[in-house]
Design a protein around this ligand. Structure first.
Ligand code: ATP
Ligand code: MG
Length: 265
């Protein structure tokens, strides 16, 4: 018996075209992922090696200098301590980012009032000595009462990251503002953290949320005022996990604005 199945040439053709299109897309995504992995690997090796080398040299100095004064010894030990902290924060941030973005981090979400949460965060900032040399401002839209479902610890981490960036890259005396209000369609809450600091070069803006990148040309872990360089990558992962988005606008010499949009209940 002849059991040949008839397939319309049009359907067959369009299906094959669609499948090849999908294959090509998947292939490109895989390639990009592979590229990103290689850059991450290179950056991580670089970031780990720099403080490790500093610690090793400082230890060599301590061990070889038999007649070093107590003062010199203390300074060298303090340097070791600083570099060890850099290493610690890098490893912690890498692990945290891996957990958040791979979805393996356990999350407990709470349904809470958005504005009191933000106000409380802001009042905590005001009594935090880290911000005593900055001018903090709060602008809440009066009609923005709403509830959202968040992991409080993670959202505090987002705000901490954005505020410490604003302080770190703005300089003493700068104004850092926290704004909040509902979106025009009333379905979301917009949270803005802005500063009037040094700003981010236009050509570098598209890369700041990437886990492979820091704006400064020398990777930041070497400088005294910086951490792992993964801050914004962590922020973006957390916001996306909450079903939200984050974007950034900035002008050199005028300041930077981070715009978060989160779903409300
Ligand atoms: N408010 C800001 N003003 C100016 N530049 C900023 C601001 N926020 C971020 N940047 C730039 O974006 C880069 C990436 O920021 P990110 O928070 O990811 O890393 P980091 O601050 O270097 O290190 P980490 O946050 O891990 O301590 C920073 O190195 C900095 O150059
Ligand atoms: Mg940062």
């Amino acid at each position: 018996m002849n059991s040949k199945i008839f397939v319309s040439p049009e359907i067959e053709h369009s299906t094959i075209e669609e499948l090849s299109r999908q294959l090509l897309k998947a292939n490109n995504e895989l390639y990009q992922l592979q590229q990103e992995r290689e850059i991450i690997f290179a950056n991580i090796s670089h970031d780990l090696r720099a403080p490790m080398t500093a610690i090793r040299s400082a230890l060599d100095l301590v061990l070889s200098e038999e007649n070093a004064s107590a003062d010199d010894m203390r300074k060298t030990l303090e340097l070791i301590d600083r570099r060890a902290k850099t290493l610690e924060s890098l490893v912690n941030d890498m692990y945290y980012l891996y957990k958040v973005s791979s979805g393996t981090k356990e999350s407990s979400y709470e349904e809470i009032e958005a504005i009191p949460f933000l106000e409380e965060y802001y009042f905590d900032l005001q009594i935090n000595s880290k911000y005593e040399k900055f001018k903090l401002e709060l602008e809440i839209d009066p009609d923005s009462e709403c509830r959202f479902k968040i992991n409080v610890q993670e959202m505090v981490r987002v705000l901490d990251n954005l505020f410490s960036n604003a302080a770190r890259y703005s300089g003493e005396g700068s104004v850092i503002t926290l704004k909040a209000g509902k979106s025009n369609d009333g379905k979301k809450i917009n949270i803005i953290i802005m500063d009037n600091g040094r700003g981010i070069p236009k050509e570098k803006l598209p890369y700041i949320f990437m886990r492979t990148y820091t704006v400064s040309d020398s990777r930041t872990p070497l400088s005294n005022d910086s951490g792992s360089g993964l801050g914004l990558a962590i922020v973006k992962s957390i916001i996306e996990k909450h079903g939200g988005t984050i974007s950034c606008e900035s002008k050199i010499g005028e300041g930077t604005e981070f715009f978060i949009c989160l779903p409300i209940l």
